[in-house]
Ligand binder design. Structure first.
Ligand code: GLU
Length: 444
């Protein structure tokens, strides 16, 4: 089957899964050339085998809320591909979670993990449970109930979950605690754990720092200095917070952050003190970004995303499809020179097309946000060795992994005229490694 036929076939067999189709379409649209160079891929129906997850677990999660009422949610774990290592990928708790979203994330994760240079396959899990407004006790009971089903499908050498939207250190700790009770082993089946019980230094920072390290590599190809550059960041969770932290440290000026209710615009830039306020607001009090605007007397725009604000660099770090074609055109008209994605698939296909057409520096999430799962991989190594490394050592390794990913993108994505298509580069590099591993291991 031709690569293009595979997509039509998948759409027919798995209808009503638009995010999954979108992610598959983006990859298939860029690997055609290498695919055609390897007739053995077509002969073994490799693309179809690579696009359809190895297996999907879905289960009911039953838990009791603070009023004593019994609630149900759906729980899932998608084990997408383990050709190069154990299934690895986060867990997302958000009202929007469904099979299509998790299938797109598990698919993306497979290529992202392949790019990290570490031996990790791809997976993703989650629930349509919404953490919004829930008490700490409710969060704990939900995490425990979720793991009561999940635990039998995961393990240190089979499938290693971590955090994603709605799942941070608190949730991973609750899930890991319950997992240990059931599995009776202590080898670190989750990553993103607390530092006292097997977690890695720099894991909380890794996705945001990694994205900035990737951006620096891209800017270097054009001799551009980050200092003084105006940056719009979306989101205010883990990824956005540490993206902003690193940008401030490097002398860039971050003017926006957001949450699902709206965004704030601070023309003076978010400084260290203001970022500390956001971290406390979001991580401790679980408040809304609107409160920043009240605290510092700046503009708050409800129900909107920050892409209309003038910037040199945009770093979408909230969620999928948060930046569409119109947003992309506005950014470009305002002089934006680089977009580096902290979230997974934040730009729509139309937006990506605009960026590539304008030949700006554009890094897709699967390359730019791979720092998080990379340090998860390093956490697995430390757990296996029963050791913990210093922050400097982990940060150093993170930097060299991001440099390596950038090199792979250039190798496979540089066009004859010199322009680097990072979408193509990341997809081809990620694909080739998984494809070769699958071919070597036979028809499975
Ligand atoms: N959820 C993160 C991602 O999208 C991290 C996954 C992990 O650390 O396993 O890559």
């Amino acid at each position: 089957m031709k690569a293009s036929e595979v997509l039509d076939n998948l759409k027919r067999r798995f209808p009503n899964e638009p995010e999954y189709h979108q992610a598959v379409s983006e990859v298939l649209g860029t690997i055609e050339e290498v695919y055609n160079e390897h007739p053995e891929f077509e002969k073994s129906n490799l693309i179809e085998r690579l696009c359809i997850p190895d297996r999907i677990f879905s289960f009911r999660v039953t838990w009791m809320d603070d009023k004593g009422q019994i609630q149900t949610n759906m729980g899932y774990r998608i084990q997408h591909n383990n050709a190069i290592g154990p299934y690895k990928g986060g867990i997302r708790f958000h009202a929007s979670v469904n099979q299509s979203i998790l299938k797109f994330l598990a698919f993306e994760q497979t290529f992202k993990n392949s790019l990290t240079t570490l031996p990790m396959g791809g997976g993703k899990g989650g629930s349509d449970f919404s953490p919004r407004g829930k008490s700490n006790a409710e969060i704990m009971r939900f995490c425990q109930a979720f793991v009561l089903e999940l635990w039998r499908h995961i393990g240190p050498d089979t499938d290693v979950p971590a955090g994603d939207i709605g799942v941070g250190g608190r949730e991973v700790a609750y899930m890991y605690g319950m997992y240990k009770k059931l599995a009776r082993e202590n080898t670190g089946t989750f990553t993103g754990k607390g530092i006292e019980f097997g977690g890695s230094l720099i894991r909380p920072e890794a996705t945001g720092y990694g994205n900035v390290y990737f951006l620096l590599q891209m800017l270097k190809t054009r001799g551009i200095d980050i200092k003084g550059k105006v940056v719009t960041v979306s989101g205010s969770g883990n990824v956005a917070q540490y993206t902003v932290e690193k940008l401030i440290a490097l002398g860039a000026k971050v003017v926006t952050m957001s949450d699902s209710d709206g965004y704030i615009y601070d023309p003076d830039g978010i400084d260290r003190t203001k970022l500390d306020y956001i971290m406390e607001l979001k991580n401790l009090y679980r408040g809304r970004i609107r409160e920043y605007a009240e605290q510092y007397g700046v503009k708050y725009v409800p129900g909107a995303r920050p892409w209309g604000e003038k910037c040199d660099i945009a770093m979408p770090s909230a969620t999928q499809n948060e930046l569409d074609g119109d947003d992309a055109r506005t950014l470009l008209a305002n002089g934006c020179i680089a977009v580096s994605e902290g979230a997974n698939m934040p730009s729509t296909p139309e937006a990506i097309e605009e960026f590539l057409k304008a030949r700006i520096l554009y890094a897709p999430g699967k390359a730019a946000n791979a720092g998080g799962v990379s340090v998860s991989g390093l956490e697995m190594t430390q757990n296996a060795q029963k050791l913990s490394w210093s922050a400097e050592e982990v940060d150093q390794k993170l930097q060299s992994i991001m440099e390596n990913i950038h090199e792979q993108c250039v190798k496979y994505g540089q066009q004859a005229d010199g322009y680097v298509n990072y979408v193509k580069g990341a997809n081809v590099a990620g694909f080739m490694k998984v494809a070769k591993a699958m071919m070597a291991q036979g028809i499975l």
